[in-house]
Ligand binder design. Structure first.
Ligand code: SIN
Ligand code: FE2
Length: 218
């Protein structure tokens, strides 16, 4: 990464090779991004998915984009239809694509065009345990993760589950980007603030942008 890479960010914290927390990068656009959520959730509602073992994910979620991440008794996968409605996931709003592309470029990944966005909703009881984002076919593309609403602790580990985990407080408008050698780093989320955010009330939202399908070859 170039030394001037972080010059314009209010606060940018390198997390590792190819990974950075861009403090406040999405702050100016946070309100229009949030305004999309009820509109999208009217098409594909928030739901608590189940795991292969029958457990219930404490994070409420839905997707937008050409394909979406789902979990059920059959395991984790991407699929173009929302299993809850039987319909396509709602399309990715332009405002989402635009922020994701610019954040990726700031982190050194030009031309990021996600085909999936997982919208997560957390309250103070919600945890997302350490995991790798492994269900995407295109691992050349980075992950772009936008925090909205109440603050929380983002857990950032290493490439092995047992590696040391650091905690970074993520706030409204922060964006984390990871790819390249850090693409499969274990990460998670806990300690969502208990409180009331002026824009989201009792919730923290997270938009996770991914390129799930491989680049089309002609
Ligand atoms: C995720 O890892 O899928 C989401 C992380 C976050 O909510 O910040
Ligand atoms: Fe993840």
């Amino acid at each position: 990464m170039q030394p001037d890479l972080f010059a314009e960010s209010r606060e940018a914290i390198p997390l590792g090779p190819g990974a950075v927390l861009l403090g406040g990068f999405g702050l100016a656009e946070a309100s229009p991004l949030l305004a999309e959520i009820p509109r999208l959730a009217a098409i594909s509602p928030f739901r608590h998915m189940t795991t292969r073992s029958g457990g219930r994910l404490s994070v409420a979620m839905f997707n937008c984009g050409e394909t979406g991440w789902v979990s059920d008794r059959k395991g984790y996968r991407y699929q173009p239809l929302d299993p809850e409605t039987g319909l396509n996931w709602p399309p990715l709003p332009q405002a989402f694509l635009s922020l994701a592309g610019r954040a990726a470029a700031r982190a050194g990944y030009d031309g990021f065009l996600p085909d999936a966005c997982l919208v997560n909703r957390y309250d103070a009881e919600t945890r997302l345990s350490l995991h790798q984002d492994m269900d995407e076919r295109d691992r050349a593309a980075p992950i772009v993760s936008v925090s909205l609403g109440l603050s929380a602790s983002f857990l950032w580990g290493g490439l092995a589950r047992g590696d040391k985990v650091r905690r970074h407080r993520v706030h409204h408008g922060d964006v984390v980007v990871w790819g390249g050698p850090s693409r499969l780093v274990f990460h998670g989320l806990d300690s969502v603030e208990r409180g009331h955010h002026p824009e989201t009330g009792p919730w923290r939202y997270n938009l996770t942008f991914r390129k799930a399908r491989c680049r089309e070859t002609s």
